[in-house]
Ligand binder design. Structure first.
Ligand code: GRF
Length: 188
């Protein structure tokens, strides 16, 4: 089973997937919308092919997604894992990969969707937040939830400490959910 990761940033979740010995699928492509992103280096170090594009060079989302779709199909990819990909997936990819696009978000959705989810939770002085892995639909962080894990917020916390604690949970939860999804599919 072949999978692509879409990421725009540092790529710590991407790295965690690559380090998982038993992911039940093979990450064969990184798709990145920011040519300078640190995640690209991580792909190169691991000899994973990278498809980079600059959205502003295209007239529409549909135009760049059509190109991505061609690349995905040529590579025989059946799953897409979003890991800090800061764009909404449009109808072109959604229809081609229905039920096969998964995202990770650093809150207990539906609480704190969108950007700065960790900061949002921290600033409201919530007692807990967490991590959600969910399927993608047309909304922002609204698709069906697959798995969640709670992360406590302590009175002594700083945003940095909380962020690190959340990342640690992400790096364990995402690979394990991916593995389960692929194995369940194989059992059907
Ligand atoms: C993660 O917190 C993920 O939940 C969110 O974006 C962040 C990506 O971090 N969607 P990284 O690039 O994997 O380090």
């Amino acid at each position: 089973v072949k999978a692509a990761v879409f990421a725009s940033g540092t790529g710590s979740n991407f790295q965690a997937m690559l380090e998982e010995r038993d992911l039940a699928c093979e990450i064969v492509l990184l798709v990145c919308d920011r040519p300078g992103a640190a995640v690209i280096e991580k792909a190169k170090q691991n000899r994973i092919p990278v498809y980079t594009f600059e959205p502003k060079r295209y007239a529409t989302k549909e135009a760049y997604e059509k190109e991505i779709l061609t690349v995905l199909q040529q590579a025989g990819i059946s799953w897409i894992f979003l890991a800090g990909y800061m764009r909404i997936i449009g109808p072109c990819l959604l229809h081609a990969y229905q039920g096969k696009i998964v995202n990770i978000h650093p809150s207990l959705l539906p609480a704190f969707p969108g950007k700065d989810a960790i900061k949002q939770a921290f600033n409201t002085r919530a007692e807990k937040t967490g991590v959600t892995v969910h399927f993608i639909d047309e909304g922002i962080d609204t698709g069906p939830i697959i798995a969640q894990q709670v992360v406590d917020i302590y009175p002594s916390d700083t945003i940095d400490l909380l962020t690190k604690r959340i990342q640690k949970v992400e790096h364990q939860l995402y690979p394990s959910v991916i593995k389960q999804l692929i194995q369940n599919e194989g059992d059907l």
